[in-house]
Write a protein that binds this ligand. Sequence first.
Ligand SMILES: Cc1cc2nc3c(=O)[nH]c(=O)nc-3n(C[C@H](O)[C@H](O)[C@H](O)COP(=O)(O)OP(=O)(O)OC[C@H]3O[C@@H](n4cnc5c(N)ncnc54)[C@H](O)[C@@H]3O)c2cc1C
Length: 222
Amino acid sequence: MISIGITYRTDLCRREIHTIEQFLDYIATEHPVVVDLVKSGRLDDTNSYRSYMYETRQHYSSDGWFIIGDAGDTVDPLYSHGLALISMQAQQVGEAIRREHKGEPIDEFVTDLDIAFTTMHRLATREITSLYEVMHDPLRCHLRMPLAILLMFRLAVPLIFNGYMWDPIGIKIQSFSEAKRHGSRSRPLEAADRCRRLGTAQPLGRQLSQGAVTVLPELRLL
Ligand SMILES: Cc1cc2nc3c(=O)[nH]c(=O)nc-3n(C[C@H](O)[C@H](O)[C@H](O)COP(=O)(O)OP(=O)(O)OC[C@H]3O[C@@H](n4cnc5c(N)ncnc54)[C@H](O)[C@@H]3O)c2cc1C
């Protein structure tokens, strides 16, 4: 059994693809071999989803629960960096547990971890999804690559490998920069709470059950 799909931004690709016929019509223009593949087999099921990007409002709690991976946030399929994010979250959760086992108060630490992760996740997603806007233009697409690679491998990866994303000072810096970005002069923790509530503060889309997860109507809203 094989699953074949297409993901696109509706604001950039105006075409509607809801049926197998629409899918084959479109895919024939770019990848005719996929059409042959589909026609060579038996169709078992089809599905289409809109607005499937979601993010949880809170990832971690000092009550001792943690949401990591796809359960909390969608990752953009263009780069599929989900496992990279999960490995970072596992380190963050491990550090929170370790500190609690040592008897340290972790309320503030866990809140800062949450903000640091949300900031990193949104930054990566924004960078990746903006590629859709230039991918038809080889020159612009390629010009962006050196900068993206420079930031990723000369800045982000070394910082993460050195524990910046679960270091109390590292995540506090992110907490302050988030507070600054949202125009806050208040204490970082108050800003943290506001960041955490972003899902309700902004019209990000319809709410799923219990309102725990926000579905993002379009990627560019991230
Ligand atoms: C096609 C594709 C390619 C990808 N490529 C990459 C890549 O190259 N690099 C990268 O970093 N990431 C990649 N990703 C993303 C990455 O695979 C995911 O982000 C990651 O697997 C998510 O892990 P997870 O443990 O959160 O969720 P999952 O791996 O989805 O695990 C959830 C598990 O829970 C089970 N489950 C669901 N409901 C229930 C239930 N009610 N009861 C019991 N069990 C249940 C599911 O069967 C599943 O096994 C890719 C994703 C896709 C779809």
